[in-house]
Ligand binder design. Structure first.
Ligand SMILES: NC(=O)c1ccc[n+]([C@@H]2O[C@H](COP(=O)([O-])OP(=O)(O)OC[C@H]3O[C@@H](n4cnc5c(N)ncnc54)[C@H](OP(=O)(O)O)[C@@H]3O)[C@@H](O)[C@H]2O)c1
Length: 250
């Protein structure tokens, strides 16, 4: 899947799925603009990418103004308007409801959900996104449609992404902008390693058992993202692509 002539914004690009997506999409020829908070990690990701012209912005996704300014400045600069956007920033949260404070519930959607919409809004400003259309992919989770104890906040934040991507698919179709989500099961990243390290061996084995094909690799998700940003999916919008080793088939 060739991504020459694509300029892709990847938010949450400093580690895990976002990092591997950046490296994978660069190999396919895309020019990248990366966002996360940790500057030295973003520099390392760019150094690992193939091709020229990649840039980064070290910004917290809660900082709407800085993100909006960075997007507009980048669209006016080298490579021009964006052709695709991948939202992979996210934080985990495992808190039984009786301990969940309002600040925690607000914080999780302020990182996992709301910036995906605000960044899309910023990209829709005149000149920021390709006038011939393109693709937007939100990284949700199997938890966006399935429950687990102590995960109500995380599930809420991921379910919000699923619903928003469908609504935006309909809203942006007239601009030939496709909006889809991907729902991964567990793949090995910093986030999932922390989850596995925080639970008992019995629970870790149970999480593994819930994936009939075993725990996934980041590349399994990257392949899905590459498909959804490429022209190979040009008639696909408003779907949720489950990449979960069979987790949700049970
Ligand atoms: N790994 C899995 O098994 C799995 C399964 C299902 C869904 N997911 C979802 O996939 C996405 C990526 O997960 P991952 O495993 O790759 O996690 P990860 O390795 O922890 O990466 C998360 C990324 O989000 C960025 N981020 C977090 N908070 C941010 C903030 N406030 N502002 C800007 N960037 C922020 C992090 O960068 P900085 O810390 O540098 O800011 C990092 O680049 C998440 O949305 C996660 O919920 C993961």
């Amino acid at each position: 899947m060739n991504l020459d002539n694509q300029k892709i914004l990847i938010v949450g690009a400093s580690s895990g799925i976002g990092r591997s997506t950046a490296i994978g999409l660069s190999k396919a020829g895309a020019r990248l603009v990366l966002v996360a908070r940790t500057e030295n990690k973003l520099k390392e990701v760019i150094a690992s990418c193939e091709g020229e012209g990649h840039t980064y912005f070290a910004i917290d996704v809660k900082d709407e103004k800085s993100l909006d300014e960075a997007i507009t400045a980048s669209a006016k600069g080298e490579g021009g308007a964006f052709t695709a956007f991948v939202y992979s920033a996210g934080q985990e949260g495992t808190v039984p409801l009786k301990f969940a404070k309002s600040e925690f519930l607000t914080d999780i959607v302020q990182v996992n959900t709301i910036p995906a919409l605000l960044i899309t809004k910023s990209l829709m400003k005149k000149g920021n996104f390709s006038s011939v259309g393109g693709s937007i992919v939100f990284i949700s989770s199997v938890m966006g449609s399935l429950g687990q104890p102590a995960k109500a906040a995380y599930c809420m934040s991921k379910g919000g992404l699923l619903a928003a991507s469908k609504a935006l698919a309909v809203e942006l179709a007239s601009k030939k902008i496709r909006v889809n989500s991907i729902s991964p099961g567990m793949v090995m990243t910093d986030m999932s390693s922390k989850i596995l390290a925080s639970v008992s061996e019995e629970n870790a084995n149970e999480i593994k058992r819930m994936h009939p094909l075993g725990i996934g690799e980041v590349q399994d998700v990257v392949d899905g993202i590459q498909f959804l940003v490429s022209d190979k999916s040009k008639w696909i919008t408003g779907i949720d692509l489950l990449i979960d080793g069979g987790y949700s088939a049970q």
